[in-house]
Design a protein around this ligand. Structure first.
Ligand SMILES: Cc1ncc(COP(=O)(O)O)c(C=O)c1O
Length: 334
């Protein structure tokens, strides 16, 4: 028997397991199979480990990063955690600009890896841009990039909403893993959209293998996005609305053409589903996974989906939400 000892966290990324939510299906009397891809099995507990490693390796290969340089990103948390860990393990510094409502666990984890965390509200003029755009992450990121790139040296801005490596790594890893572990028995793919990288990349691979696969994007419902009347709603961390948005508000990493359907889910529905699967199957996931599960439940209840296999991407761990009220409110029925 040979030794099996990894030398770097980079070697622990990917090959996450698929788990059928058997008890959840039984409890709700569903006739379809809901199979969760548990991305919290990545070393830093989210799907973003994949893109962090891939973006850094690509920058190294292109000579854009040298020891001591600072990697910079704007993030709702998970990409920051992932990049901070990769930066620590490879001798880079890391700085992230985060949305103000990001949970305290994420900030603390990034800091534990030696990363610097700056809130958007602490930065001018992005502060103003966030206000003007109701906290539009993409507009704020683009403004930030223009200034940082023009003034700073020895930095690499990984730019997850523009970087083609983001969907590409999901086409190379996430999609093939789903195909292999289902043995090609996958009818529907459901994922929440932030940068759109996961759905666009994994979806592209699976579409090539199975042209009739049904690809479903989950986005926040109207009550879960900031508006003039409701500037600070409860949001689903990491997930952005794309319907009815002008083209410049859609990340370049999101290929809308891959979609067969979009389902809007409110934060309260997402939380209810996340709480339900914690109790039914012992799976602790974040709000976006709850949103994806709620959408999958709606799909499973459709007569035409009887007996079908629905693969859902569970993007991160519920442990990063313990300071929020994700798991503290009383459970209502799904
Ligand atoms: C918790 C969570 N879920 C889902 C997503 C969406 O993933 P993607 O950016 O690949 O669309 C993100 C991305 O930021 C996230 O942080």
């Amino acid at each position: 028997m040979g030794r099996n000892i990894k030398k770097s966290i980079a070697e622990l990324i990917g090959y996450t397991p698929l788990l059928e939510l058997s008890q959840y299906e039984k409890l709700l009397g569903l006739d379809a199979h809901i199979i969760a891809k548990l991305e919290y099995f990545n070393p830093n507990n989210s799907v973003k480990d994949r893109i962090a490693l891939a973006m850094v390796e690509d920058a190294e290969n292109r000579g854009l990063l040298k020891k001591g340089d600072t990697i910079i990103e704007t993030t709702s948390g998970n990409t920051g955690i992932a990049l901070a860990a990769i930066a620590a393990s490879r001798g880079y510094k890391f700085r992230t600009y985060i949305q103000d409502r990001v949970s305290i666990e994420r900030t603390k984890v990034i800091q534990a890896f030696g990363g610097e965390v700056i809130k958007f509200s602490q930065v001018e003029p992005y502060n103003r841009i966030m206000e003007e755009t109701h906290g539009d992450f993409i507009a704020a990121t683009r403004a930030l990039v223009d200034v940082i790139l023009s003034k700073e040296k020895n930095i690499f801005f990984s730019y997850q909403i523009e970087n083609k490596i983001n969907p590409a790594i999901h086409e190379k890893s996430t999609g093939p893993e789903i195909w292999r572990d289902t043995d090609g028995d996958v009818d529907i793919l459901v994922a929440a959209v932030g940068t759109g990288g996961t759905l666009s990349g994994a979806g592209a691979y699976l579409r090539k293998k199975k042209p009739l696969i049904h690809i479903v994007a989950v986005q926040p419902g109207p009550d879960s996005v900031p508006t003039d009347d409701n500037p600070e709603p409860d949001e689903i961390a990491g997930v952005h609305r794309f319907s009815d948005m002008p083209p410049d508000r859609i990340p370049h990493t999101f290929n809308l053409d891959i979609l067969d359907e979009a389902i809007a889910v409110e934060t309260s529905e997402a939380r209810t589903a996340a709480r339900a699967v914690a109790k039914s199957d012992g799976i602790l996931v974040g709000t976006s996974s709850g949103a994806v599960l709620h959408a999958a439940t709606l799909l499973a209840r459709r007569a035409e989906n009887k007996g079908k296999t629905i693969v859902v991407i569970f993007a991160d761990t519920g442990l990063h939400y313990l300071s929020t009220d994700l798991f503290t409110e009383s459970v209502s029925s799904v």
